[in-house]
Ligand binder design. Structure first.
Ligand SMILES: [Zn+2]
Ligand SMILES: [Zn+2]
Length: 258
């Protein structure tokens, strides 16, 4: 009932205010859940041929492909994940550059909700393609420290997790973890990010913490750079009994060495 009312309201809205592509601003011919025209969508830098556990691109140049492809081969693994896998499975559809980085920048610094929904929709499409029968029991957005969250006014990881939770009908654990205030990650080098204090994240909600035992959890974030943040949270979740932890992230920086 609620969905059909929303659809009717959307239809009425579109009759008066046609939807424009978020990138080229051309009018969209039909309702597009990611707010992108077909040309801009196909020109996005998709993260193809990436490691299954940390999503680092493994095949040089593969990210220039202009189509979404499903890999039917055995899972690809990077050198680090062969011995120390980051997550049980990582879904990160875009390389963090060009228009993908542009959408992310507008989401983070201009409170771009349409850009957030666009990135969440692209992530959702890849989740449905790559793990249709392996959805988690719970989504955990990466928390922001208190003051940065107040300053920015919202948490982009939470926005992505909420969109995904609504579409996939999955619960989102907003109050499971809290983050200690540290230096802004953007001010840190890659080496410093990797050395980040291991107790940056703490439990906030004991009831939810106890309910983790045996559960399949997906950690949701906006950009993955070194994977240090995800590694800390995954370690905490596993310590408290999570049986399987995946990472869902919108974009991935292209190389550990950049
Ligand atoms: Zn466009
Ligand atoms: Zn890897």
């Amino acid at each position: 009932m609620k969905k059909s009312i929303n659809r009717a309201l959307n239809w009425l809205w579109e009759q008066h205010f046609p939807m424009l592509c978020l990138l080229c601003e051309q009018e969209l011919a039909s309702t597009s859940p990611d707010h992108l025209c077909q040309y801009c969508r196909l020109a996005l830098p998709f993260n193809v041929g990436a490691c299954s556990c940390c999503a680092i691109p493994l095949q040089p140049g593969a990210d220039h492909t202009n189509e979404i492809r499903l890999c039917q081969k055995p899972p690809l693994l990077c050198g680090q994940c062969l011995t120390k896998p980051l997550a049980d499975h990582a879904v990160v559809p875009l390389i963090h550059r060009g228009n993908a980085a542009h959408l992310m920048h507008r989401l983070k610094f201009n409170q771009g909700e349409p850009e957030g929904r666009a990135l969440a929709h692209i992530l959702l499409t890849h989740i449905r393609l790559k793990c249709p029968n392996r959805l988690p029991d719970l989504l955990v957005p990466v928390p922001m420290a208190y003051w940065p969250a107040v300053k920015r006014g919202f948490n982009q990881a939470r926005l992505l997790a909420d969109c995904l939770g609504r579409e996939l009908d999955l619960p989102v654990a907003h109050t499971l973890l809290t983050r200690r205030l540290g230096p802004s990650q953007r001010s840190l080098s890659r080496a410093e990010r990797r050395r980040m204090a291991p107790d940056n994240f703490r439990w906030r909600n004991e009831t939810e913490q106890n309910a983790l035992r045996g559960k399949h959890v997906a950690v949701v974030d906006d950009v993955m750079t070194t994977g240090a943040t995800a590694r800390q949270i995954i370690k905490l979740l596993r310590l408290h009994g999570a049986a399987r932890v995946d990472v869902w992230c919108a974009t991935r920086t292209p190389s550990l060495h950049q």
